[in-house]
Design a protein around this ligand. Sequence first.
Ligand code: ATP
Length: 471
Amino acid sequence: MTDQRAPENSPGGTMEAVVNLCKRRGFIFPSAEIYGGFRSTYDYGPLGVLMLRNVKDAWWRSMVQMRHDVVGLDAAILSSPKIWAASGHLENFTDPLVDCKSCKERSRLDQLETCLVTEDLLKTWSKKGWKGLEKINLGDQVPVCSSCGSPDLTEARAFNLMFKTFVGPMEESGAEAYLRPETAQGMFVNFSNILNTSRKRPPFGIAQTGKSFRNEITPGNFVFRTREFEQMELEFFVPPAESDRWFEYWLKERFDWYLNLGIPEESIRLRHHDSQELSHYSAGTCDVEFLYPWGWGELEGIANRTDYDLTQHSKFSGEKLEYFDQQSGERYTPHVIEPAAGATRAMMAFLLSAYAQDEVGGETRTVLRLDPRLAPYKVAVLPLSKKEPLIDLSNRVFDLLKVRYMCDYDETQSIGRRYRRQDEIGTPVCVTVDFDSLDDESVTIRSRDTTDQVRVPIGELLSLLGDKLGF
Ligand code: ATP
């Protein structure tokens, strides 16, 4: 991957720096690396699995635990073709696919660069022997192949992004199934189940995190766009007349969530879709965008899906998916506001934002200034030496802390190098056990961000850490 420098006003790390750190420290590895990798798939290593879980937990806490109007769901990934026929995915979940006739590169038409056709350009293209030039007019903007620059492309054809598979031992049409391309439909098809069992009434929401699969034509930019990824989605069912209000409400809630977890204000914005960009089901969509090293791009989409999904599933299944309000005697199909985020994409944005380099003791250090809630380890317990009495005491300290916090324990290398390692993986606090600790039952706690060190009694450690970390 080329080093895509962060735009000047974008704080944080470059892609190259973050990708390297992820590999070197065990956040994210290219999948099947010993076989040369496998098509833009990634494995989350010991630190990545912790951080991704923290991202999802932070989302779940804010979207489910802290509210009384949202319940959770974990629906099946393997799903019936009937769901996707009703939702419109079988027909509409497509990207325009083109092939370059010169170098055979396959691309998404809407992601190709376009260029203004000049006489000089036509001459250069004909020198290269590229065909199809007679169809191109001077002064037109034409798309060109991103690999070789040729404008000689095939007509665009609709390519469905869903992964099809077969259930059971027969590969026949009756056994077809799809890997879900979004978690959302699981919430719609369970609408009645949840309404009947949870005692919720509109406005209320169903939340879900989990894997989704899309056969993206051009995956890339590390985990920004992959074929297998994790989503965090909420379907919030509201009385139709309240949909505009709730749409605005969720824009603010979701924007603030990212700010609160450390995305800098200058790296995040809301962008409303114009009418041409809107999906077939949407009465209004707004993206939360992040300033990636290559420019602004989607982090999360918030859509007013109206009653499209419930109406479609009613039509296709024959089941009424409505709400009967006993107080008003009114029966209606709720409208849906959907904040749909990517967990893996959000993790990348948090990593890019947190990456920093500063100087400590005359040396450059790399530090991930992650919010403590997202940091893989909250605390690292570091005995100053491997000598027996220190190890015993350090294990006692680890046992005390592990009940509340995900802790690392590291007894090798010099203490300076161990601090650097913890800084680089974003651990907010190190607890160092030294020989004085044996006498005074105290330890040193060191802050990642300031590198300040203070001596504290082991008995007060938990409450001091609680103050420092905020939980
Ligand atoms: P994009 O325009 O980037 O393809 P989208 O508008 O199709 O995204 P949605 O269907 O709204 O995406 O999905 C909600 C969220 O899921 C996105 O905002 C993104 O964070 C995440 N997401 C979607 N596709 C991918 C992917 N291929 N890889 C990683 N995350 C993804």
